[in-house]
Design a protein around this ligand. Structure first.
Ligand code: ATP
Length: 434
């Protein structure tokens, strides 16, 4: 099937309450979004899938939740204060940002080669600034973090010590980041407030290349295992001139969005840049001591860094299918079951009190295990279509026979096959499949 166009997905996301325009009743705030009942469930499922694979299933990664507002010295040491205080232009074609004073050709983007696409040059720092305390002044200026990574570096020694870790090991974090992007856009793809999923993997410098390879493969596979089509996913190595100031090698995991290939995640070899910078700026020794070798050194860091909303958006696009079933059009989200916002819908065939009562009982039995939705309005066919459209893997129908045989019909989303299952066996039946 051809990829759905951008408007189709955006309309579905808005119509079904995945995403709302932020501050809508006041006319909306540009490029800021709120996530509705289904959106919040989808985001949570994406984050859980990431945490499961990056932390829970591994014995070499610890979790962390560091503050959004940190000492301004963190951002001086990381290079963020200086790095973004230059006159910047952004190419409106490929969104690459360039220091205007370093451009060879002031009219042509060195990344994509397009001419005449620059925004006006301005002295711009991507970090949002605010003040701690009631009086605004230079001495209490702080920043909203533009990445979660620095909170991991400043806690490297804390985590290593309390978890009694030896190299190699990682620290993972999920959380909000803020960037005053010059050109946000493409719906939730690039926003000024967004959530990141980042992991910093600390290794001996001699093993960094090997771990870099490991994480590139691991992260690529994560998307595939969650059902993303291999045709819409690729790895792209950064050219030398594309690399961030701290990186010696980077791969992007890219998705084929309706507007073309674009970044979902970056996997970078950040060397010892961050730990060394923080050690020098803070005066704290952040080197690792290898007791066996009697050696003290700065670990290298491999960082897979992804965006939550971008990932969820890509999964939505990839799952979207339109098909014809018995001469009727059907829209179905073939989301991986672990990502589906609602796992089971319970649908009484009619509003007759006895059926409603059984419906409530069945739903109550399933709710401790999965997100369950009860839908009683309109014809059963319409209700199936509504659940297909939001990717619900199973619909359980309570019908008139249920009153006698204490069984229900379970319909599977993709194949639309139906099984008759005793209510007493329903939990086991669904547990085997979800
Ligand atoms: P881009 O070039 O797309 O702006 P980046 O290369 O600056 O992204 P990183 O600093 O590598 O992004 O951040 C890691 C991940 O965080 C990105 O791959 C992306 O998924 C997510 N991310 C970064 N900026 C934004 C944003 N403004 N809105 C939504 N997600 C973002």
């Amino acid at each position: 099937m051809a990829a759905p166009d951008f408007d189709t997905i955006v309309n579905l996301a808005k119509k079904r309450g995945f995403v709302f325009q932020s501050s809508e009743i006041y006319g909306g705030l540009r490029s800021a979004y709120d996530y509705g009942p289904l959106g919040v469930a989808l985001l949570r499922n994406v984050k859980s899938a990431w945490w499961r694979s990056m932390v829970r299933l591994r014995d070499d990664v610890e979790g962390l939740d560091s503050a959004i507002i940190q000492s301004p010295r963190v951002w001086e040491a990381s290079g963020h204060v200086e790095q973004f205080n230059d006159p910047l232009v952004e190419c409106t074609h490929c969104h690459a940002r360039h220091r205007f004073d370093r451009l060879e050709n002031a009219d042509r983007c060195p990344k994509c080669g397009t001419a005449g696409t620059f925004t006006e040059a301005r002295d711009f720092n991507l970090m949002f600034k605010t003040h701690m305390g009631p009086v605004a002044g230079d001495t209490n200026q702080v920043y909203l973090r533009p990445e979660t990574a620095q909170g991991i570096f400043t806690n490297f020694e804390n985590v290593r010590r309390v978890a009694r870790r030896k190299l190699p090991f990682g620290i993972a974090q999920l959380g909000k980041s803020f960037r005053n992007e010059i050109t946000p856009g493409q719906f939730v793809f690039r926003t000024r407030e967004f959530e990141q999923m980042e992991m910093e993997y600390f290794t001996h410098p001699d093993e960094a290349d090997q771990w870099f390879q490991h994480w590139v493969e691991e992260r690529h596979n994560w998307y595939l295992e969650l059902g993303m089509s291999p045709d819409n996913l690729r790895l792209r190595r950064h050219d030398e001139d594309e690399l961030a100031h701290y990186a010696v090698a980077t791969f992007d995991v890219e998705y084929r969005f309706p507007w073309g290939w674009d970044e979902l995640e970056g996997i970078a070899n950040r060397t010892d840049f961050d730990l060394r910078s923080h050690a020098e700026a803070s005066g704290k020794d952040l080197r690792y001591f290898d007791q066996a070798a009697g050696d003290r050194f700065y670990p290298y860091v491999i960082e897979p860094a992804a965006g939550v909303a971008r990932t969820a958006f890509a999964f939505l696009i990839d799952a979207y299918h339109e098909e014809t079933v018995r001469d009727a059009p059907r829209t179905v989200l073939r989301l991986d079951k672990s990502l589906a916002p609602i796992k089971v819908a319970v649908l009484p065939l009619s509003k007759k009190p006895a059926l409603i009562e059984d419906t409530e009982q069945v739903a109550a039995r399933l709710r401790p295990h999965w997100e369950v939705q009860v839908d009683v309005t309109q014809a059963i066919g319409r209700r199936y279509r509504r659940q297909d459209e939001i990717g619900t893997p199973y619909c359980v129908t309570v019908d008139f026979d249920t009153l006698d045989d204490r069984s229900v019909t379970v319909r599977e989303r993709d194949t639309m096959t139906q099984d008759r299952v005793e209510i007493g066996r329903l939990l086991d039946y669904l547990t085997d499949r979800l």
